[in-house]
Structures are given as C-alpha cells and as structure tokens.
Design a protein around this ligand. Structure first.
Ligand code: YXS
Length: 258
C-alpha cells in the first residue's frame, strides 16, 4: 500500500491505495512503519512523504473508519496503528517532509502536524474531523495541533471540522510553504537534498530535543485519569456509534449528545 524510492540520501514514501483514498488502514500503517524502519536501517537522512493521485484528489482520507472499534475500546489508544506511526515519524532520526497535493482528513491531518516540514500546493486542504464522527480525540493529538497552530486556530479546526484551504494553511503555519502545483515536487526535493548536505548527527539530536521539549509539560496522574474518564464517556456514547453507523450507511449522522 506504499511505494518507496531512494534518491541518494533522500527516501520517498508514497501512500498508494487509490480505491480507499489512501485512508490509513492497519495494513497501510504497517507498510508505512516498515518503510520508515527500512530507511532508518539504510541511513536515509531525509524522508519525503507524499501520496499517489486518486479520482477524488484526496491526499489521505484519514483513519480507515471500518477499523475504528465498536466494542467499548479506545479508538485512539496508545497502541492504535496511527499512534504507532506518529511516534515513528517523531523518532525518525532525520527530518520527515510532507508534500501535499489534495485534501487531508482526520488522522492524516494529525500526521501532517507531526511531520517536521510540510509543503503544499493550492489544491491542499486540511480538516480534523472527530466531531463529525463522535470520536474522543486524544490529548497527544490535540497537543500536536496546539503546538503547530496555537490554541485559537486549533479550536476552530476541531470545533468546525471544516477543511482549511491552502492559503489559510500557510498563514496558520499548518504548512511551511504553499507553492504552485508544478513546483511542489522540485521545491520539496530541493529542500530535502539541501538538508542531506548538513550534519545528520546534529540534525538528529536537534530533532530529538524538539520532541522532548514539546512533551515537557507534565500531567499529574490525577489529570491524566480525568482526561481518560472524559474520553471514555465519548467512545461509550450513542453519538460515537451513530457516527460510525452513519458513515457505513453513507448518510449524515443525527447526534443527540447521549
Ligand atoms: O464505497 P467505496 O467502497 O467505494 O469506498 C469509498 C469510501 O467509503 C472510501 N473511504 C473511506 N474508507 C475508509 N475510511 C475512510 N476514512 C474513507 N474515506 C473514504 O473510499 C471510497 C471513495 O470515497 P467516496 O465515494 O466517499 O469519495 P468522494 O470523492 O465522494 O468523497 C471524498 C471524501 C474524502 C470527501 C469522502 O470520502 C469522505 O468524506 N471521507 C471521510 C473523510 C473523513 O471524515 N475522514 C476522517 C476519518 S476518521 C479519522 O481520521 C479520525 C478517527 S478523526 O475523525 O477523529 O480525526
């Protein structure tokens, strides 16, 4: 479900499941994590993550919704495949760049927030959608958005679940650069190749410090348990089941807040 290529010290990973709009299924995430591991073993210094085109012009549709559990289980727990992928991006010893053409949804938007540098073209949009499905988003994920955007914009994205267009995404800092469609690939590759000429050890250690500093806000056990209690209430709710059922039945959900 992914394609990989290597150009000297740059590794390219492309999401490649057009039939399901590159939704992040268990299988796709497994292949992605394996690609990161293999690039790490080969000493690849910079990774570009991109997506093969599809008819809907979707970069990724986010979590593969049929994988979300319906049996009283945390849908975004520590061992959820997407969470495992986000940690492998954060711990990759070199920068992970995303090259975005098309719309980005839900968990894939969290993935963009977790990568190191993002570049998009005017077709890109970004939406974070738990409120459309009744999903209790997790604290680490909300933290990724606050870190990248600040609280005001992060709240707007979560509370409206509306796609943010490419111009706004650049203004808000979701992406570092918005470039013309025909420049997306060369611009991203030039930046990646430039980074490979710099000290990989220095960059690795700086990236690790960014990761540690971003997680340096300690939560007390009490606060952590409170957050988990609140989230449990949501995934055990009627709304969560209604959100998943409505997706299966291809209709709008009818949420009651129960
Ligand atoms: O009916 P078939 O078999 O052809 O499959 C359809 C869709 O069911 C499938 N598909 C997905 N399958 C699993 N998980 C998904 N997230 C997903 N999205 C799409 O792909 C086939 C083509 O989709 P279709 O016919 O709807 O294409 P379209 O061009 O009419 O519409 C494109 C979209 C992206 C607007 C539409 O597919 C859509 O709204 N997809 C869901 C986007 C979304 O809300 N993603 C969030 C996933 S949940 C998640 O990431 C977190 C848990 S959270 O929400 O908390 O952030």
């Amino acid at each position: 479900m992914v394609k990989t290529e290597i150009h000297t010290h740059v590794g390219i990973i492309s999401l490649n499941h057009p039939e399901k709009l590159n939704a992040l299924s268990r299988e796709m995430v497994h292949d992605l994590v394996a690609a990161f591991e293999s690039f790490k073993a080969d000493g690849i210094r910079v990774i570009i993550l991109k997506a093969e085109p599809n008819k809907s012009n979707v970069w990724s549709a986010g979590h593969f919704i049929p994988d979300l559990p319906e049996d009283h289980e945390d849908p975004l727990g520590y061992n959820d495949p997407l969470e495992v992928l986000l940690r492998s991006i954060q711990r990759y010893p070199g920068p992970v760049l995303t090259q975005v053409h098309g719309s980005v949804w839900g968990g894939a938007c969290d993935l963009i927030m977790t990568t190191d540098i993002s570049i998009c073209d005017p077709t890109a949009t970004f939406a974070i959608t738990p409120a459309k499905l009744g999903v209790p988003y997790n604290a680490s994920g909300i933290g990724h958005f606050i870190a990248r955007l600040g609280t005001n914009q992060a709240k707007e994205m979560f509370f409206t679940a509306r796609p943010v267009d490419a111009i706004t995404a650049e203004k808000w800092g979701i992406v570092n650069h918005l470039v013309e469609e025909d420049q997306l690939e060369p611009y991203t590759m030039e930046m990646a190749q430039h980074i490979t000429t710099l000290s990989p050890l220095s960059i690795h250690v700086i990236k690790e410090q960014f990761r540690i500093l971003a997680n340096s806000q300690a939560l007390s056990a009490d606060v952590f348990e409170k957050i988990e209690g609140l989230r449990t209430m949501v995934w055990e709710s009627k709304d969560y089941h209604e959100g998943l059922k409505a997706f299966r039945e291809k209709r709008k959900p009818d949420f009651t807040g129960e």
